[in-house]
Design a binder for this molecule. Structure first.
Ligand SMILES: *Cc1c(COP(=O)(O)O)cnc(C)c1O
Length: 492
């Protein structure tokens, strides 16, 4: 008995010994967090980490405890002070959203509740399904469709393409594997398709070569006639054309494939129609531009990305599948330890039946709270605003003799470059890369670059609810200034 009592006395927990202490520190963290967001515009977009900060991350595994206030101090100094910068109003690199405070509160509360969204009968599970229903409604999918929140667009595409493969394989792929597929499957997408589709084809066991890249027209949209010819050619050669992937908003330039034509073609050819809408699916909620994604509602599956144009803090992607049973049939497995009961905690939907994860985080709350606070119409207007800003920037560039647009601006991505009299393509690339790096290193703006049909360019992707037109004026001004400096320095 005594020894049992002794044992009890040494029982430990991760809960704080003094809640009042933690409360005070937490208030300070919230105050700092609000200051961090409120003053983001005053800070550089990005800055290089000094050597001592880099060295901080080589510290060994801690064995002994530290005070939480000290731990927070280290985080504030070494982590919070050196962000990627994507919440800054002048961050326009690659393609990502700019987060929001309400979403951050949602993430915090989700962690406090700590629920596992693998399934079960509890409120978070119902909210997860509700958010999926809201996303279905945003893109015009029927209420009977299904969906799942995942880590991001790449996972959402893998989910959609897995359902497509299984639905079109002609055998029970889950049981027999891809080796049993009678005719090799072929998937099709434009040559602008996102790299995650290549990874998807690889992990699906179909291989990269089973994804045929179809040439694009001058506006970087898939050439539908070339696609038809490729399908006919493959049928002739003994392949089974299984799936057309349409891109709503390519990552290079924001080009939108003609989704209605692709839907019609897929129907004619008895193929699955998947839309990678990570960038532009949500244009469906933007009143001035919604018609750009007409036809998306006809897809069999859609990948979309709330952590882009809904500005959800990372991570949040979503896969939607029109045929809910095809979706469930691609993933559901019910081992005895996860069987449902008629009542109680295990009587809810098993949400893990719709994807690859078993344990799932409560991603829905951060999406739900911001949607409730602002209403979907505001998110639609913000999308229109970014598209209008991109057109504004394009007009500024067109008005500057030293700058040129390299492709037409369709939505919120502007591709341009600084001209250099008599320079070769290679020299132009070196010059513009130097410009891009100086803009980053001086903390002015974060852009990225790409090469489209052999021409290198700088790329401004405005998925940012903090960007204002004067930020774009500044970008043009500073680009011209740095351009002159680079020219004077004779760097090319
Ligand atoms: C961003 C993006 C993806 C990948 O999404 P993640 O959320 O980064 O995983 C896929 N396709 C397109 C067109 C994208 O823009």
């Amino acid at each position: 008995m005594d020894s049992l009592r002794e044992l009890m006395a040494t029982e430990e927990t991760l809960d704080p010994a003094d809640w009042a202490d933690v409360q005070a520190l937490s208030h300070r963290i919230v105050d700092d967090a609000i200051g961090h967001l409120r003053d983001v515009r005053e800070r550089p977009v990005w800055r290089e980490m000094p050597a001592e900060v880099r060295a901080f991350f080589s510290a060994p595994l801690p064995h002994e405890p530290s005070l939480i206030a000290d731990v927070y101090g280290e985080v504030a100094r070494n982590v919070m002070a050196y962000p990627m910068g994507n919440i800054h109003p002048r961050f326009w690199s690659w393609y990502m959203g700019s987060s929001n405070f309400t979403g951050a509160l949602g993430d915090f509360l989700a962690a406090i509740q700590g629920s596992n969204l693998g399934g079960g009968n509890h409120a978070a599970g119902l909210m997860d399904s509700q958010v999926v229903d809201w996303l279905k409604e945003m893109v015009g999918f029927p209420a009977s469709a299904s969906g799942t929140l995942v880590s991001g667009g790449s996972m959402a595409n893998i989910i959609g393409l897995t359902v497509a493969r299984n639905a079109k394989a002609g055998v029970d792929v889950r049981e027999s594997g891809v080796g049993a597929i009678p005719k090799p499957l072929r998937f099709y997408a434009s040559d602008q398709v996102h790299s995650c589709h290549r990874k998807a084809m690889e992990v699906l066991g179909l291989g990269n070569r089973a994804l045929r890249r179809i040439p694009t027209d001058a506006a970087l949209r898939i050439d539908v006639d070339a696609l038809k010819r490729a399908i006919a050619e493959d049928r002739e050669a003994g392949f089974k054309p299984a799936c057309v992937i349409g891109t709503a908003g390519t990552v290079n330039t924001g080009a939108l494939d003609d989704l209605r034509s692709l839907a019609a073609l897929a129907a004619e050819e008895d193929m699955w129609f998947h839309v990678d809408g990570c960038i532009a699916a949500l244009i469906a909620i933007a009143p001035q531009n919604a018609s750009l994604v007409a036809g998306i509602e006809q897809a069999h599956s859609i990948a979309l990305d709330p952590h882009k144009w809904l500005h959800v803090p990372f991570e949040a992607g979503c896969a939607l599948v029109r045929d809910a049973s095809a979706h469930r049939n691609a993933f559901a497995v019910t081992p005895e330890y996860l069987e449902s009961t008629p009542r109680g905690l295990a009587s809810g939907q098993w949400l893990h039946d719709f994807g690859l994860q078993t344990s799932r985080g409560f991603r829905a709350l951060k999406i739900w709270m911001a949607l409730k606070e602002h209403g979907v119409e505001k998110f639609g207007r913000l999308i229109d605003q970014n598209i209008a800003q991109a057109r504004y920037l394009a007009s500024l560039i067109e008005a500057e003799p030293a700058l040129e647009l390299t492709v037409p601006t369709t939505i919120n991505i502007v591709c341009f470059r600084h001209r250099v009299e008599g320079a070769s393509e290679e020299q132009l690339k070196a010059f513009n890369t130097e410009l891009m790096l100086r803009l980053q290193e001086e903390g002015i703006a974060a852009l990225s670059d790409t090469t489209i049909h052999g021409r290198h360019c700088l790329r401004v992707a405005i998925t940012n609810h903090r960007t204002r037109r004067d930020d774009l004026d500044l970008l043009v001004r500073e680009t011209l200034r740095i351009g002159r400096e680079v020219e004077v320095a004779g760097l090319i």
